[in-house]
Design a protein around this ligand. Sequence first.
Ligand SMILES: [Zn+2]
Length: 505
Amino acid sequence: MTISITPKTKKVHVYYTTSPNAGALQWLEQSQTSGKQKPFLFTQSQAILARTWVPCMDGPGVRFTYTATIRTRPDLAAVMSAAGNSGTKTADGVYKFEMKQPIPSYLLALGVGDLEFRPLGHRGGVYAEPNVVEKAAYEFVDLEKMISAAEELYGPYRWERYDLLVLPPSFPFGGMENPRLTFATPTVLAGDRSLVALVAHELAHSWSGNLVTNATWDDFWLNEGFTVYFEQRIMEKLYGREHSEMLATLALKDLKETIEELGATSPDTHLKLNLKGRDPDDGMNDVAYNKGYFFLRLCEETFGREEWDGFLKEYFNENAFKPMTTELFLKHLNTYFKDTSKKESLHINAWVYAAGIPDNCPQPQSSEFEKVSAKIEAMKNGTPAVQLQTQGWTTHHWLYFIRNLPDSLKLEKLIEIDYAFYFTRSGNQEILCEWFQRCIKAKYETANGPMRNYLMNVGRRKLIKPIYTELAKTPEGKAWAKEVYTKARPGYHSVSYNTIDDILK
Ligand SMILES: [Zn+2]
């Protein structure tokens, strides 16, 4: 859209209507919500979907402030990534918002539904449907501790409030760091607070991403790599090094799998991407997150934690509310640190401008996972699954366990494991996602019913993509997947169905 202005023009009014099928918007029927009583609407603007619901300069290098008035049915509440979320429904269904801090368009966000609020400390809380809100408040009880830990690490929280909105299960991402109001998937509500790293991640974005923002989507790792690094530091501060090393071990495995999938020489495995002519969403994978994390961890280990933290604190402070390119970041790094031999030992070019995982990648050490490996070994040597000592295992132990089962596992053994640990009946969607991939490989048909249910109900891309991918490897699997997908697709957000359409085409 081009608007001609004269030197005298001070204001431009744009009158517009958005279309009901705008890519950012997901309109849910009441049957697609948790409560099944009232409809729901949410937006997902990242990466370049803000333009589908609001005319704007839709690139991450441009920032704006905004005000908004939302009118809705009085039995629904509206919340936005702005000041004005009140925690109570208004009598007339009118809500007013103002975002005073300048944000890039991808952080513009709106949610409307049957929402209730529970405070968690003096500057944070959680919004969710009435039948989910208590569970969410239980899960996120450490929120204020996380905010304080983050502030101790890298300086003050600059957005006043930090609230969470738990969405219906079709939300395509784990979380979205909309400022003042993180959007979160209900798949983190495991009931045992084991998946709250996601909250640490979205909170960390309040610095990396929302304050210092990737100037273009080619610099996406500046948002995500920094945020995974920061998330790990928060998790370590709250729950100890052993816990954060479990997360890092799983991250390294994810990264290796992604690189294998993309190809060892693929330019999509560089930290600095080249997305020219593509939808940025297609080039975003966990390289930006996990390769980015391991590069920053290498910096920490090379320069020493204290000096590295000093650098990061200054970096966030000096560049707050500004766009950042990869090259400018490297310039800051080069100016701050003086020791040339340490800088050379990083092999920056291999990390940033070349493919794969460089040889000097840090190796996480998890003694907890060593114990899990020992149990798998014992099982290989004949110990029945039901006799394995697994007391105190968390989601991460189980994920590691399932992922490291031998590839050649026979169907009988899989059934024995299922009888011992009831994975097929698990309520934990991360565990189900790993488990179903195993079931598909071993042709364990008992899992088909629960898997169908899962695919009909969960819309988080990360948790459905691997299952459709595994199914698509055989003609029978693909036929079954297509049949389920025809029914499941209307419940998915465009971010998810665009990915799955490609897998099943
Ligand atoms: Zn993120």
